[in-house]
Design a protein around this ligand. Structure first.
Ligand code: FMN
Length: 174
């Protein structure tokens, strides 16, 4: 069962959980989930939106660019399990089937084609409205140095994907 919610009633909960990690799910060739620590819940063009920031190198990015949709999954209590955090936050969907490796139980979506996750019931279904590559020269020097020079690939910048929230609910396991 899915209990529909007004996503803005959960703004504080989602925002506070972000730094600890929640999940961004995509479903192209296969279902894949990655930990995100950055994101924004808000409004643009009169629509409720969740914006995610995905580096060029992520498998998630390949899937997002093709399907132009994603789900966000978050726990209603506590935080992500240790193994889920490790697998989804450091391994790539190019090498690993994370659904299996992290023992995720997929839940059928309501509006889009990307499932949610039973174990992390707070779910936002999002359709990409807009994407924007970061322009490195437009950011403060200290941020550029901290996030975009120490990598094996200094061009591994983020792309912002603004997703319209087309459905928001809590999955109840019955
Ligand atoms: C706490 C935490 C937050 C993260 N936040 C982001 C993020 O917002 N954007 C991003 O591109 N990667 C982020 N990552 C890194 C990805 O989760 C990680 O590289 C993942 O393995 C990518 O999976 P994929 O290649 O299957 O897409 C974060 C990792 C952790 C542990």
């Amino acid at each position: 069962m899915k209990e529909r919610i007004n996503v803005f009633d959960y703004a504080e909960q989602i925002t506070k959980m972000l730094p600890e990690g929640i999940l961004l799910n995509t479903c192209g060739d296969k279902f894949n989930s990655m930990v995100i620590g950055w994101g924004h819940l808000g409004v643009i063009w009169g629509l409720p939106t969740f914006t995610v920031y995905v580096r060029q190198s992520r498998y998630t990015r390949e899937q997002l660019d093709r399907t132009r949709e994603f789900t966000v999954s978050a726990p209603t209590e506590g935080r992500l399990g240790k193994e889920v955090f490790r697998i989804c936050g450091s391994e790539s969907g190019r090498d690993v089937d994370k659904e299996k490796a992290a023992h995720l139980t997929l839940a059928a979506p309501q509006v889009i084609r990307t499932p949610g996750i039973l174990e992390y019931p707070l779910t936002l279904e999002c359709r990409v409205l807009y994407r924007q590559d970061q322009v490195i020269t437009e950011m403060p020097e200290e941020i550029r140095k901290k996030y975009y020079t120490r990598l094996p690939d200094p061009d591994d910048f983020h792309t912002a994907y603004i997703g319209e929230i087309v459905s928001a609910y809590i999955i109840r396991g019955d």
